[in-house]
Design a binder for this molecule. Structure first.
Ligand code: ZN
Length: 64
């Protein structure tokens, strides 16, 4: 699980515009745009890495 999170963090990197490379582009005001980095995915992943027990609250049923 932690490895999967690390893989996510490796994918969601900032490009030279400060936008996330891992998030799918979205149409906003007729332009294709990306999430500013750090994106919500990174925020969430970093929260889980700092406090791994939170993942059990977020994903009921995944408890081992
Ligand atoms: Zn992202």
């Amino acid at each position: 699980m932690i490895a999967a999170l690390r893989g996510t963090v490796a994918t969601h990197r900032s490009d030279h515009h400060g936008l996330c490379l891992g998030c799918p582009p979205t149409w906003t005001d007729g332009r294709l745009t990306r999430e500013p980095w750090p994106c919500p995915t990174i925020d969430q992943a970093q929260g889980f890495l700092k406090d791994p027990d939170r993942i059990y609250e977020a994903l009921p049923g995944e408890r081992v």
